[in-house]
Design a protein around this ligand. Structure first.
Ligand code: TXA
Ligand code: MG
Length: 353
């Protein structure tokens, strides 16, 4: 299959040319095909959420296990009522505060949503993104677009159109490319089907922000720990996602001790003939010995750290780095999401120094 890779700018959406492209992308979805599209978090791999054959195609294109449910993307709040018959008050409050935006909520699904889309579950994850290209595309596609992140299963989520092309060229009909994603980590997922809201995946909408609206939220116990015998409630969180090909270690402790430990590892691994990489913050990156250095952004700007993380993991793959070391981050605010993704990429390999 030939994949059309089309560049489209948010500020030019009103032009005839852009309308034509969005129309074509929408038609592909209505005919059961697949289109990758930008969102404010990461790029999504879209198919018609109400078409079971399209859902199957998404799993096949990604090489994703079919028990891992997809998020249904909508372009207005009204659409939610068409796919669930129960919207709890907690959800209404969150919708008022955070939709459109990087928050996904879990609802009981109704019969409109095929089980192929929800990986066999009787609940459905729903998200109303705030990216204008995404919204125009979802509307043109009929209003319900199932979309996992547009990476091959097991690779870091794509934050640029080029990342999508790298993974899915030849497997999908079209890529809508509007440049670098603003947030860079996947949406926060909250389960509202039980008595107490539970965060299944941390993201840009933080625990603190959710608590302010809801009064009380809990974290799925697997977010920052590997707990023997406890399965994460979001099926996708159990896979070793976001994993670079080499071995990543998170080094945690006082600044000086972290630098010393990483430098010692760089020397040792280089002696063994391996390629080594370091993920460091702007403030500290110059302190590391010569190897593949990646400046992830300032420690004072965690949004930048979040935005840069996946691209760096991909670069390490391209540069065939064998061993990678990264500084650690505080787990409050968006740091919780950063650490959750880093821990997964590292297979929970953490050294305390
Ligand atoms: O930011 C995002 O959410 C991106 C963009 C494209 O919108 N999408 C995304 O989708 O990250 P994906 O498929 O890569 O991750 C969806 C996660 C998986 O861990 C999946 O198991 C979980 O959501 N999930 C989906 N439906 C669920 C459900 N009904 N119950 C529990 N977890 C669910
Ligand atoms: Mg994903």
């Amino acid at each position: 299959m030939e994949t059309k890779w089309i560049h489209i700018k948010e500020e030019e959406l009103a032009t005839e040319e852009a309308k034509k492209v969005i129309g074509q992308a929408g038609d592909i979805i209505k005919e059961g095909g697949l289109v990758a599209f930008p969102t404010e978090t990461v790029y999504g791999l879209g198919g018609d959420a109400l078409n079971r054959e399209a859902a199957k195609k998404i799993y096949a294109a990604k090489g994703r296990p079919s028990d891992n449910p997809l998020i249904v993307h909508i372009a207005d709040k009204e659409s939610l009522k068409k796919i669930t018959d129960r919207i709890p008050d907690s959800a209404k409050a969150l919708m008022d505060h955070f939709w459109p935006g990087p928050l996904t909520m879990i609802f009981e699904k109704n019969d409109k949503v095929p089980v192929e889309t929800t990986g066999g579950l009787d609940t459905v994850a729903v998200r109303f993104p705030c990216d204008d290209v995404a919204l125009a595309f979802i509307k043109a596609a009929g209003g319900f677009v199932a979309a996992p992140s547009a990476n091959l299963s097991g690779r870091p989520s794509p934050t640029t159109g080029a990342h999508v092309y790298e993974d899915l060229n030849g497997r999908i009909e079209m890529i809508l490319d509007s440049g670098k994603a603003g947030i860079g980590l996947e949406s926060t997922i909250v389960d509202l089907t039980g008595e107490i809201p539970v965060i299944l995946r941390p993201g840009y909408i933080t625990e603190e922000m959710l608590t302010e609206v809801l009064g009380r939220v809990e974290n799925d116990p697997t977010i920052l720990n590997v707990s023997e015998g406890i399965r994460p409630k979001a099926p996708g969180m159990k896979y070793r996602h976001y994993a670079p090909k080499g071995e990543l270690t998170i080094v945690s402790g006082e600044d000086e001790a972290v630098t010393a430990y990483i430098n010692e590892q760089i020397r040792m691994r280089k002696k063994e003939g391996c390629r080594v990489g370091v993920i460091g913050t702007k403030e500290r990156i110059d302190r590391y010995e010569s190897c593949v250095h990646k400046n992830i952004g300032s420690r004072r700007d965690e949004a930048a750290v979040a935005r840069n993380l996946y691209a760096i993991l991909r670069e390490f793959d391209t540069e065939q780095v064998d061993y990678m070391y990264t500084e650690s981050f505080a787990i409050d605010g968006i740091g919780q999401a950063i650490m959750n993704r880093l821990l997964k990429a590292a297979g929970h390999r953490v050294v305390e120094v």
